[in-house]
Design a protein around this ligand. Structure first.
Ligand SMILES: *[C@@H]1O[C@H](CO)[C@@H](O)[C@H](O)[C@H]1NC(C)=O
Ligand SMILES: *[C@@H]1O[C@H](CO)[C@@H](O)[C@H](O)[C@H]1NC(C)=O
Length: 322
């Protein structure tokens, strides 16, 4: 039912509408597989995951298409957030979650894995890596393990960060390697961390309803890996949709509601077409700049790199006028 409603909305613009309409029609048949996002629509604006549309007009459910697995991230018997996971890259393309405000501190890093990726017969609930000894071969083959990051010069970069959650259990659930990408310390401990705090402060102060966040990666055009297994992203991106917000926003914050986006560098040597470098930044964070931008601008960069038209939020996240 939801899908037919979107299809109808797609038809509101004559040319794109027809294509979108067809796209959604194709989506209907494959929607509802075990283990996919249909089990956790609440993490997506209006229940719809980001969508991509490839060159031949084929529909890419939840963006990724072939090679991707939709994970409803379950911890202590509850869905906590959602990730689109690429099995060959052993990294997520994005994680989607609701930001909630709390004061509790970062929990200890107990890293987890996703049994479902090793075998569909296994539990749909994330599990802690064993403290001693090696992981099961099927787990090792199907996803990243802590050892992949050891000595790689990359930190474990959360897409869905623990500080965007109020409850201890939600925070702990972000420590799964299916929510993590290789991120340089200069980004993870620098401008990207600043951005995460700014988003939290901004939404915490002025978002009066749900705040849907989607954070993902742009892979290198040529591919890059650690341990010959885990893909390194060239950029991280993030965007949120807060349809209901305080109408007495300070003027400086008006461009940030109901939606805003950003792209951050993960490589000082990348060119500056997408995100320029501040040459005066201090050395430890130089070349890891973040550029704030409108959602549509970010979607255009995603389209360029992922090779498909991308819509993160249905209708671009309009303001809720109720
Ligand atoms: C990590 O960085 C150090 C110091 O820059 C370098 O010597 C080492 O080769 C790097 N290791 C990897 C795996 O790139
Ligand atoms: C909206 O923000 C103003 C400050 O800009 C604050 O005084 C007011 O209480 C807020 N209203 C709501 C409903 O949060």
């Amino acid at each position: 039912m939801l899908w037919s409603r979107v299809g109808a909305l797609g038809l509101s613009s004559p040319e794109g509408g027809l294509i979108l309409g067809l796209c959604f029609w194709h989506c209907v048949g494959v929607w509802g597989e075990v283990g996919d996002f249909s089990a956790c629509p609440s993490f997506f604006y209006r229940g719809h995951p980001p969508r991509g549309q490839g060159g031949e007009g084929h529909c890419l459910r939840g963006l990724g298409g072939q090679g991707y697995t939709q994970i409803c991230q379950r911890y202590k018997n509850r869905h906590r957030f959602a990730s689109l996971y690429h099995r060959q890259d052993r990294t997520p393309l994005y994680s989607a979650y609701l930001l909630t405000m709390g004061t509790s501190k970062r929990p200890p890093a107990v890293w987890k894995y996703e049994p479902q990726l090793a075998s569909s017969r296994l539990s749909p609930e994330m599990q802690s890596f064993p403290k001693k000894g090696s992981v099961d071969q099927n787990v090792w083959e199907s996803q990243a393990v802590p050892k992949d990051y050891t000595g790689s010069n990359y930190t474990k970069g959360h897409l869905n960060p623990s500080l965007h959650h109020s409850t201890r259990e939600d925070q702990k659930s972000t420590f799964t390697l299916t929510n993590v990408v290789p991120q340089r310390q200069g980004s993870n401990g620098g401008p990207w961390a600043v951005l995460e705090r700014e988003v939290r402060a901004r939404l915490g102060a002025y978002c009066t309803g749900p705040a849907y966040v989607v954070t993902g990666v742009l892979p290198y055009a040529t591919g890059r890996w650690i341990a010959n297994r885990v893909a390194v992203p060239e950029y991280l991106w993030t965007t949120y949709c807060c349809p209901a917000f305080n109408s007495t926003l300070p003027p400086a914050l008006r461009p940030f509601f109901p939606t805003s986006a950003a792209i951050g560098r993960n490589d000082p040597l990348s060119d500056e077409d997408i995100v320029p470098v501040d040459p005066k930044a201090k050395r430890s964070i130089r070349g890891y700049d973040v550029r704030l931008m409108p959602l549509e601008t970010m979607e255009a960069y995603l389209q360029e790199r992922l090779g498909m038209a991308v819509r993160v939020f249905q209708n671009g996240c309009p303001r809720d006028m109720r």
